[in-house]
Design a protein. Structure first.
Length: 72
């Protein structure tokens, strides 16, 4: 490994060409990179919201939640 580093230290043109190759390869690979703002994620979860203003939690459970759970 030290021999490779020493060779590149002596041959500055080769080191610069290698650096240029790495930079160009990185720039060219950016075009193929997949970019998403909001990726598609599937969750095994269902959320149901049923507003029932003025009702107590027991009333909501009896009149709404039990019916929804039995239908599902």
């Amino acid at each position: 490994m030290n021999a490779i580093i020493a060779w590149f230290a002596e041959n500055k043109v080769a080191a610069n060409l290698l650096m240029l190759f790495v930079v160009v390869a990185g720039i060219l690979s950016l075009q193929d990179t997949r970019k998403e703002i909001l990726p598609n994620i599937s969750l095994d979860l269902i959320t149901i919201s049923v507003p029932y203003p003025g009702a107590s939690p027991e009333d909501v459970e009896k009149s709404v939640l039990n019916r929804i759970e039995s239908a599902i």
